[in-house]
Design a protein around this ligand. Sequence first.
Ligand SMILES: [Zn+2]
Length: 115
Amino acid sequence: MGALPVFRWRLAPDGYATRRQLRARGLRPGGQPVVAQLERPRRRRGPLVAYLYRVDLAKPVRPMTPARRAALAKANAARRTCPQCRRDAGYVIPASTGTCALCTYLDASDSLRST
Ligand SMILES: [Zn+2]
């Protein structure tokens, strides 16, 4: 960095926007590199810097599609499924036990019996 064009605050050329400004328009940088920076001079401190992206290269924020929604629902169902009995426990399997309450209970009574 350092070779980037620098513009004064509020004097950014048309077609450039900060990440925040893109977001306000429903856009995201989309993997493009920073193309310029804005600097607002401050007294006795380094300037305030904001990075600029090209609006024409920005991509729309990923919308919630039915496929994406289904993938999320599936991920949530997986988090509720007990890895031991393969049943949907109806709640997220606690990381502390790693199994549903029933399996945790049965495991505990097994170990009581075997001792
Ligand atoms: Zn279970």
